[in-house]
Ligand binder design. Sequence first.
Ligand SMILES: *Cc1c(COP(=O)(O)O)cnc(C)c1O
Length: 366
Amino acid sequence: MIKYLDLQRITRMHQTEIEQAVHKVVDSGWYLQGEQLQRFERNYAAFIGTKFCVGCGNGLDALTLIFKAYMEQGRLAPGDEVLVPANTYIASILSITANGLVPVLVEPLPNTLQMDVEDAAKKCSTKTRALLLVHLYGRCAYTEKLAALCMQHDLLLVEDNAQAHGCCYGTQRTGSLGHAAAHSFYPGKNLGALGDAGAVTTNDEELARIIKSLGNYGSVEKYNFAYEGRNSRMDDIQAAVLNVKLKYLDADNQRRKEIASTYLLHMENTHVRLVRADADCVYHIFPVFTEQRKALQQHLYNCGIETAIHYPIPPHKQHCYKQWADAYLPVTEKIHREEVSIPLHQALNNDEIEQVIRSINAFEGR
Ligand SMILES: *Cc1c(COP(=O)(O)O)cnc(C)c1O
């Protein structure tokens, strides 16, 4: 069986080095706010191309703390509207509602799967203060048109870079394009820890300082609390793992791109639609689309290939957001109805890649 995501094999690519790094932390007796975290924050800021990086507990916290810090600064207030793609993972939207802000769901374009800037412009109101851009599937969602829209309405541009570590826009990395960016190092992401971890990158020194404080109970110095904070820190064991894996991220992404090119070159099936991405895409997910999702998944399963769906139900159809159940978002709903994610990661071998292509091409539909 070809697993959708084979984390054991991915870890084994650098297992000895990872184990040595973890062992050093275990041996040091220093497990939080230590040297490994400091090193990771420095390394990752340099990698992304921002002045600051603040480690935190996970990707959702990274997003939530960015908005909370803007509230602390008075740059956002409860009831302000935040434009966000309707077809994102629910965490993007949770970070907005958790702060008493109002998400405004924007449709994607079917040929890019990313935010439709014209729909975003239409949905701008006098209360719109920020735009949360999600580089979904590892595709850069930033465009000049989008930057112009943010300028025109004086919007804070926040990036959700959970799925696109290492992705570029020209010579810049995603995560350095807006005012602040959130990153998740959930094990299955392109840069994955061996547990939960996340980070914020930004060039805004004050914002970085507030986020650091918010994730540490709101403390500015020991036992002196400026903000009503929480506990959301990246522990040093995860930082040590990430310091090892960051060195290989560009090479891992290169391998993902190679596999994607092979898929795009050889996959051909009238029942299966591919949506091309530009050359900078880091393929966190390789989505294909079909009106016969169940049948395609079953067929691939019978061929020994595990698949996934990102995501089966859009946020506005979730029970927790039942107030939006009747929102008119046909492009989003079609994506959620038809998407199938097929295996693509740096540890896949050529035989497996060939098997995936052969199996997709052999799907006969109903
Ligand atoms: C994974 C993910 C998150 C959440 O990250 P966690 O570390 O799991 O909290 C947020 N947004 C997107 C787009 C993601 O894919």
